[in-house]
Design a protein around this ligand. Sequence first.
Ligand code: ZN
Length: 110
Amino acid sequence: MKVSFTSGEFPITVKINGKELFFTISAAKELRMKLDDNIMKYVASEQAKQEDKKMANKKCEICGKNPATIPDRERIGRLINRVCSRCHALRLAGDLTQIKKLQEERRTLI
Ligand SMILES: [Zn+2]
């Protein structure tokens, strides 16, 4: 898209792809707002892309060796991959031994 300002006075004349358009102050303000909105959207999408890139080569927060592929269950909020499947599996195994222990304790109480 080729944009050039052919006149600085209001109404501003803007040439877009060879087509001349006239903008009053309010139309120019509206256009400016739309541009700002588009710029904000673009910046947000670029930031999201960078975050995805960062996440792609992020290491596990527990072992620091394997790539993080699973969100940390102990953290609330956005689901961001922080732990590797091995550490996650170890946690699950820990849960099982905990459950077994509690069951044993309950059995001795009855
Ligand atoms: Zn790990």
